[in-house]
Design a protein around this ligand. Structure first.
Ligand SMILES: NC(=O)c1ccc[n+]([C@@H]2O[C@H](COP(=O)([O-])OP(=O)(O)OC[C@H]3O[C@@H](n4cnc5c(N)ncnc54)[C@H](OP(=O)(O)O)[C@@H]3O)[C@@H](O)[C@H]2O)c1
Length: 315
């Protein structure tokens, strides 16, 4: 089957290769011409522009967008639209916010186009292992591209979960869960590392847990291999980014009155990881010093006297 692939980064590039390996024809475009040429060596048909990509596809067309969420998706759709025809399908495989997807689906449907939202998980390992795919959108269009989904996914690893937006909504919650799991592994491994048992081998322990334990998982296998390469993770700073799905999961929990303390706390821990000397902690130190004369750390050293008011008591 023929498909256009837009955005040949970590995901779109590997997904194209997997599709080619399964006998599909991939017409590939990226704003970086070198990425297009690299993929052409793997058997993709290179496109010089989005218009050229559409020209090379036979109707009814399918164009798979694998670009960052937000403006890049809107910009890609509006550039493609004038050259596409009614009945063509846009597939958004990135981590778009589900409310954006609902809006885009309505706008496209009014013009005679389909939008499929395909929440995609698998990272850089998906090329060999396959991608887990949560698919939302019109049933007929999803059925049309079944050969593409089945080539990308491992057996049993994809499905049509519901109407427009439901694929991205499901992927968003999936990523929220991922935040919580990762946080728990991080905390547990740190408790082991700081413990009195100074010679605990974290690689060995992850290995033991990965064989038969109730906490075994692919994330834990990844922790094991990262720790094997760098046992103290010396090469890294503890600075953790987020790309939105955790925030949106917390928003959805609030909208539905669902208590989600683990996912919420995991998101906030990521925010904390980016602070070197949080203002909130300075406020705490200042207040303890103000009311109780408790010592504070200053840039000149420890200051134990109250800053202003005399007296004061305990906490
Ligand atoms: N990486 C993962 O593990 C993972 C897993 C599941 C889903 N996703 C989602 O999949 C999507 C792609 O992720 P990725 O990891 O493949 O990202 P990536 O490696 O950064 O690749 C993104 C691609 O989109 C292109 N791009 C960026 N901004 C663009 C714009 N304004 N217009 C057109 N193209 C643009 C990039 O081109 P340049 O190189 O020129 O910037 C690049 O080719 C994202 O929505 C991401 O959240 C990622």
């Amino acid at each position: 089957m023929q498909i256009g692939m837009i955005g040949l980064g970590r995901m779109g590039g590997n997904m194209s290769v997997r599709l080619i390996q399964h006998g599909h024809e991939v017409v590939a475009y990226d704003r970086d011409p070198e990425a297009v040429q690299r993929l052409a060596k793997d058997g993709a048909k290179p496109a010089e522009s989005l218009e050229d990509l559409v020209r090379q596809l036979k109707p009814p067309r399918g164009v798979w967008m694998m670009v960052p969420a937000g403006d890049p998706v809107d910009a890609t759709i509006s550039t493609l639209l004038p050259t596409m025809e009614r009945g063509d399908t846009f597939i958004d495989g990135g981590n778009s916010k589900w409310t954006d997807t609902r809006r885009r689906a309505d706008e496209l449907q009014a013009k005679g186009f389909n939008l499929i939202d395909c929440g995609t998980s698998g990272g850089i390992w998906g090329l060999t292992v396959g991608y887990s795919m949560m698919i939302g959108g019109p049933k007929e269009a999803v059925r049309q591209f079944d050969p593409i989904f089945s080539a990308l996914a491992p057996e049993g690893g994809y499905g049509h979960v519901g109407e427009a937006g439901s694929g991205h909504f499901t992927k968003m919650v999936h990523n929220g869960i991922e935040y919580g799991l990762m946080e728990a592994y991080g905390e547990g491994l740190e408790i082991l590392k700081q413990s009195k048992f100074y010679d605990l081998d974290l690689v060995q322990i992850c290995g033991i847990w990965n064989h038969g334990s109730v906490v075994r998982s692919w994330l834990l296998e990844l922790a094991e291999s990262a720790l094997r390469r760098d046992p103290n993770l010396d090469a890294l700073r503890g600075f953790v980014q987020d790309s939105g799905e955790g925030r949106w999961t917390v928003e959805a929990a609030i909208d539905e009155d669902v208590p989600a303390p683990i996912i919420t706390e995991s998101l906030f821990r990521r925010f904390s990881s980016r602070q070197t000397d949080a203002f909130s902690n300075k406020v705490l130190a200042a207040l303890r010093n103000e009311f109780g004369g408790h010592p504070v750390e200053t840039s000149e050293g420890t200051l134990s006297k109250p800053v202003s008011a005399p007296g004061g008591g305990g906490e």
